[in-house]
Every structure is written in C-alpha cells, then in structure tokens.
Design a protein around this ligand. Structure first.
Ligand code: HEC
Length: 200
C-alpha cells in the first residue's frame, strides 16, 4: 500500500506541478503608461515587418509572377520574421485562425486576442488598430502586442477565391500546404494578427 502511494505521488506530482504552473498565468489590463510604451514599440515593429515582407513579395511578383512569389513567401517569410524579431530582441509572429503555415497557428494567448477581434467583427464593430495584453507568468510579466492585418487586392493572387486565382498557383499552394486554411478571402477581410512579444 505504501509503495502504491509512493508511486501514485511520483506519477501525480508532475501533473500537479504542470497544472499549478498553468494556473499561474494571468492576463491583465496594462496600465495607461505601459500601454503608451508598448503601443509605440509594437507599432514601429509591425510597420517594419509588414514593409519588409511586402517589399520582398512585390519584388518576387515583378520578377516571376505569383507562382515565383510563393517560393519566396515559403522560404523567406519565417526566417525574415524571426531575424527581424531577433534584431530588436523581441519575438514576432504572424498568426491567424485561418492560417496557411501550421507554424503560424495561434498559441493559447494569441487565440484570446484573435477571439477579441473576431467578436467585434461578428458584432459589425470597427476593429481597433492594435491590442495589448499584459501576461503575468511565474511572477514575471511581459506584453503581447497585436496589429490586425487586412486583406488587400495584392493578396488575392494567393489568398483569394480559388476560382479567381491562377490554376498553377492553386496547385502549388495545395502541394506545399495540404491543410491550407488561408484561401477564400476577399479584399478588406480580417486576415489575422502580427503578434509581438515585448518584455517588461
Ligand atoms: C505569392 C503568394 C502570396 C501573396 C501574394 C500573399 N501571400 Fe500571404 N502567404 C503566402 C504563403 C506561401 C504563406 C505561408 C508563409 C509562411 O509563413 O511560412 C503566407 C502566409 C501569410 C500569413 C501568415 C499566416 C498564415 O496564414 O500562415 C499572413 C498573415 C499573410 N500571408 C498575409 C498576406 C497578406 C496581407 C498579403 C497581401 C498584402 C499576402 N499574404 C499576400 C503566400 C502569399
């Protein structure tokens, strides 16, 4: 019996610790002062990453059309996002419920942010330009800044209605991303979020 209890404790302890650890994570409203600081940092980083990716995208389309640009997005979007973040000592990610690359799937905190925007959209309300969460975890806190991304005309060549897209593009996307959810958008749609994790 004693042995049984010892084994049970050994088995249960990690589970207990994990659940305590998780329950220690809290999302709170940032103060006005924190909001100003995080908005300013998040705004500039999201402009930099958007411009960098768009520049590469446009150059690739000019060089060899949408089919060529898929290869560029496929090969450089991830490393470029990562190195841009590293340059500022921050973590940058692009995320969406309707993602193309599974690496961009939202984590639990990003899911809350996406739900915040989706809720407003479902109520036909104008979405804000940005959103900030203050996350407290293990007595440490950090901020998550989000910039909403909208679909533009330029994006439809690879994220639009398949019937309006080039067949070679549709086929290539299906080959690279068999579980692709990022198709069927119209101009003006909410595409997702640029997510920037900023330490305190
Ligand atoms: C030439 C094709 C192409 C065009 C044009 C294009 N994208 Fe993408 N997009 C991709 C590919 C490929 C990925 C997956 C790349 C990755 O992150 O690994 C992607 C990923 C994304 C992601 C990351 C989330 C996800 O779905 O994985 C966002 C956000 C995004 N695109 C927004 C846009 C916006 C906004 C535009 C227009 C300004 C646009 N894209 C234009 C091909 C394209």
């Amino acid at each position: 019996m004693k042995r049984f209890i010892t084994i049970a404790v050994y088995l249960l302890l990690p589970a207990l610790l994990i659940s305590c650890y998780n329950s220690q994570m809290k999302i709170v409203e940032p103060s006005q002062q924190e909001m100003v600081k995080i908005k300013s940092a998040g705004d500039s980083i999201s402009v930099i990453i958007t411009n960098t990716l768009k520049k590469e995208l446009k150059a690739a389309i000019e060089e060899g059309g949408f089919l060529n640009a898929i290869t560029v997005c496929n090969q450089i979007a991830q490393p470029l996002t990562e190195t841009t973040g590293n340059n500022f000592n921050l973590k940058i990610k692009r995320t969406s419920f309707k993602y193309r690359n599974p690496l961009n799937a939202p984590d639990s905190i990003e899911t809350l942010a996406l739900e915040y925007f989706n809720q407003m959209i479902s109520e036909d309300r104008e979405i804000p330009d940005y959103y900030v969460q203050k996350v407290i975890e293990n007595n440490k806190s950090y901020f998550c800044y989000y910039k909403p991304v909208k679909v533009e005309q330029l994006c439809l060549g690879c994220h639009g209605m398949p019937e309006n897209m080039d067949t070679s593009v549709v086929n290539q996307l299906a080959k690279l991303y068999p579980e692709d959810r990022a198709i069927g958008y119209s101009a003006g749609d909410f595409r997702g979020l640029i997510s920037v994790t900023i330490p305190e």
